[in-house]
Design a protein around this ligand. Structure first.
Ligand SMILES: Cc1cc2nc3c(=O)[nH]c(=O)nc-3n(C[C@H](O)[C@H](O)[C@H](O)COP(=O)(O)OP(=O)(O)OC[C@H]3O[C@@H](n4cnc5c(N)ncnc54)[C@H](O)[C@@H]3O)c2cc1C
Length: 456
């Protein structure tokens, strides 16, 4: 029996997708410029047992398996290869329980990020990691990429909020990792190993997430700057001051105009950069923190600074930032989304290098990012044609090189996926990479999971 026939026999009706028109929607993620193959089939399981069955059958037929959440990867992580089996976790989307006493959420991997916070609100809790894709990316995808977001500057990233996992391994074995106690050091920390492993070591089928008490309110600051460098200086001043801000985000001129063209938000289209900052501390600390942040913006040369305590206005400003990636994607031709992270004091240097590189390779540029984390997303607007695309890729590589020279990392939050694996050795060194590959061999000796990624 072939792999598809065996899957059809073993799985319940509706779990197997072979219709070429439907399969088309499982080929690409949001990294549209990465070449996608044609999967042999997709499985949409409803239970952990079905995931394990599908993995076992695929492994027996030596068919590579690609786990998939919502396909919002900006690193080609969910891009299909020819003949692979996509296992889409979208139907495993139940919030199993909110344990208010322990401040934990027990969820399936297909739950959308924003739904966890929505489900915890009645208990006065929230789930802090908030990627700009929070309304459509899944918890499974967030865990696999160790996703960051807008308020990581205060609360940390996904890894800081995952207590326990259920994972299907490459031979179909199901294991549980971690513990739901506040402390727990029994054995190696396998939870941390799976968080950020980009689907290469196993498929997450359940997670216990740490929740936090929801803030009572927030004050939001918006500042416009006549140069990107001045905005970078403001970030450095704010970071050096040690303010406990819950959000420090940046958008450059290209990003501002793209968002304003799309949603007509009344942003200052002449500004070279915009900073958004937020404090969600209790009063009077909130007012103090946001006032200090405003002083730093003024001192760095801001052309306009305003603060609002109105939740709706604050949310509208944040929405401008959340829309930025999708807004710049509307430009004609290819957009290559970078994701680089440097020590926070080097943000002004990184901004300068990004601008030089874009000019040198003659590519358009729109930069946004989590400036308070040192994590920027310069988006290269490459235009049409092969020659322009080649220049875009050269600029992409040059930005990674520049980031490493500044003591940074080639990915702050999107992961390496299919686009950055070849740069990893340069960052971590050959001995480190050898250890990573040994772990992959130990857990997945036949290379069942995700072909073409950074752990071959
Ligand atoms: C407009 C926009 C804004 C974004 N903003 C942010 C941001 O602020 N911060 C950020 O970190 N990212 C951001 N992203 C990137 C993306 O949303 C994240 O990487 C997200 O975590 C991916 O989740 P997903 O459900 O779409 O996973 P997918 O894209 O489907 O998969 C991503 C990776 O995870 C693996 N995977 C998925 N589910 C599982 C599972 N259950 N078990 C094991 N492996 C699995 C896949 O194999 C793949 O390698 C943004 C993307 C877009 C399009």
């Amino acid at each position: 029996m072939g792999v598809v026939e065996e899957l059809a026999t073993a799985l319940p009706d509706g779990a197997l997708v072979t219709d070429p028109d439907v399969l088309e929607s499982y080929r690409h993620d949001r990294t549209v410029w990465v070449e996608a193959g044609h999967p042999a089939a997709a499985v949409l399981p409803g239970t952990t047992a079905e995931v394990a069955t599908a993995v076992r059958i695929a492994a027996a037929h030596r068919v590579p398996v690609l786990p998939r959440g919502a396909g919002s990867s900006l690193a080609g992580g969910a891009t299909a290869t020819d003949g692979c089996l996509v296992i889409g976790l979208e139907r495993m989307d139940r919030i199993l329980s909110i344990d208010a006493a322990e401040q934990l959420a027990h969820v399936e991997p297909g739950v959308l990020n924003a739904d966890v916070t929505a489900a915890s609100a009645d208990d006065g809790l929230f789930y802090p990691p908030d990627p700009a894709s929070r309304t459509y990316s899944t918890i499974g995808g967030n865990i696999a990429t160790n996703a960051g977001g807008l308020c990581c500057v205060k609360y940390g990233v996904t890894r800081d909020h995952v207590e326990r996992l259920e994972v299907v391994l490459a031979d179909g074995t199901v294991i549980e990792t971690g513990s739901t106690t506040v402390k727990g050091v029994a054995g190696l920390d396998l939870t941390s190993l799976f968080v950020g492993s980009e689907g290469q070591l196993g498929i997450v089928t359940r997670a216990v997430l740490r929740l936090r008490p929801a803030p009572e309110g927030a004050a939001t600051l918006v500042a416009f700057f006549p140069s990107l460098g001045a905005a970078g200086q403001a970030v450095t001043r704010v970071v050096r001051d040690g303010l406990g801000l819950s959000l420090v985000e940046i958008m450059d001129h290209g990003a501002i105009v793209a968002v304003d063209d799309w949603h007509n938000m009344g942003l200052d289209r002449d500004a070279a950069a915009l900073l958004l900052m937020q404090s969600d501390a209790p009063e009077p600390q909130r007012t103090h923190e946001i006032a200090r942040a405003g002083e730093h913006c003024d001192a760095a040369g801001a052309s306009y600074v305003a603060v609002t305590g109105d939740p709706e206005e604050g949310e509208q400003l944040l929405e401008a930032r959340r829309l930025a990636s999708s807004a710049v994607d509307r430009a004609p031709g290819v957009a290559i989304h970078e994701d680089v992270c440097v020590p926070r004091s080097r943000v002004p240097d990184l901004i300068g290098r990004i601008e030089q590189i874009a000019a040198r390779f003659e590519v358009g540029l729109a930069t946004m990012g989590h400036a308070g984390d040192g994590n920027l997303h310069p988006t290269l607007l490459v235009g049409e044609g092969e020659e322009a695309f080649a220049r875009g890729l050269a600029a992409f590589s040059a930005m990674l090189e520049a980031t490493l020279e500044l003591g940074g990392t080639i990915s702050g939050e999107h992961g390496l996926g299919r686009i950055k694996g070849r740069f990893l050795e340069r960052e971590v060194g050959a001995p480190n990479l050898a250890v990573q590959r040994a772990i992959k061999r130990a857990l997945d000796p036949d290379g069942v999971f995700v072909p073409g990624q950074w752990l071959p």
